[in-house]
Design a protein around this ligand. Structure first.
Ligand code: GDD
Length: 272
């Protein structure tokens, strides 16, 4: 039977990338015998009217594509847009990828395969496994930020690339933790892996390409959001250990205070 997949792509000012992404994705899906519904989860920007026009034209050409526009007054953000897109998905198998073609649409069948076959709860496109990598000159600053962020997340997940925004999960797996998912920030894959307690996580090698057009939306704000997200996720996952450690510290302080008081009392008795 043909697997049915909803691909959600968060978009903010990505006008130039919508058509090439759609054409490449549907070509790859038809080759791999995947039925795809493509949903652009758009936050309103200056490019929104042009983006809507492109998606309307693609729909008329027969592509199963839609754009959901969140108005500026309703909020903005990558993770929250992806969650809204997932909530509206028609199919059980959900994929998230970027609009800027840094994630190759031709890799979608490979990212989907472990989830469709039942081999994994969660599959993620990874640059950090054999046959995966970065296919362009990435600035040293971005490399350091990415490596540092990955290291900080290591105790939270089995994936080698939890910073990747290219992943696949089933609706029922997502439902296990959807209501606890933090909609803030950029790192929705990490959020879902941890909150939905995904047991079998499979890394699928991908080549991360240069942005085709437009600009990255990553700012300092997202880095701060990431640190807050990490603290929340550590507390969520290791709450038991953190409480036990805090309890042990309180007990030790009490014990040392008691010993100190005893020895002080004893030395006073000796000296009197
Ligand atoms: N709806 C919506 N989409 C957004 C927003 N901010 C960014 N996006 C969309 O989210 C995708 C990724 O955003 P970029 O701005 O291209 O992110 P990046 O900094 O290049 O980060 C990339 O690298 C990370 C791994 O290093 C990935 O985690 C991330 O998803 C992306 O691939 C793009 O399709 C972009 O339009 C937003 O506020 N709202």
């Amino acid at each position: 039977m043909m697997a049915k997949v909803t691909v959600v792509v968060p978009t903010y000012n990505e006008v130039e990338n919508l058509r090439p992404l759609t054409e490449r994705l549907f070509a790859a899906a038809s080759k791999a015998k995947l039925e795809v519904e493509l949903v652009f989860a758009e936050d309103e920007s200056v490019g929104t009217p042009a983006s809507v026009a492109i998606v309307t034209a693609l729909e008329k050409e027969g592509y199963a594509v839609a754009m959901r526009v969140r108005r500026a007054r309703e909020g903005r953000g990558l993770s929250s847009a992806v969650l809204l897109g997932f909530d509206a998905a028609r199919h059980d198998v959900l994929v998230c990828m970027d609009a800027d073609l840094q994630h190759e649409p031709e890799s979608v069948p490979a990212v989907v395969a472990p989830v469709v076959s039942g081999a994994a709860d969660f599959a993620i496109g990874s640059r950090n496994v054999a046959d995966g990598g970065v296919g362009f000159e990435w600035s040293l600053k971005r490399q350091i930020i990415s490596k540092g962020a990955t290291l900080l997340a290591m105790p939270l997940t089995a994936s080698t690339d939890p910073m990747s925004g290219f992943f696949c999960v089933r609706k029922d797996t997502l439902a296990k933790g959807r209501s606890h998912c933090n909609p803030r920030g950029f790192k929705i894959a990490l959020e879902i892996m941890v909150r939905c307690r995904c047991k079998s996580v499979v890394d699928v090698p991908i080549t991360f390409r240069d942005r085709a057009a437009g600009e990255s939306k990553l700012t300092m704000r997202q880095n701060i959001d990431y640190v807050r997200q990490l603290i929340d996720l550590y507390c969520f996952l290791y709450k038991g250990y953190i409480s036990a450690a805090a309890y042990a510290v309180v007990l030790l302080v009490l014990l040392f205070s008691w010993v100190a008081i005893q020895s002080w009392g004893g030395s006073r008795e000796l000296s009197s």
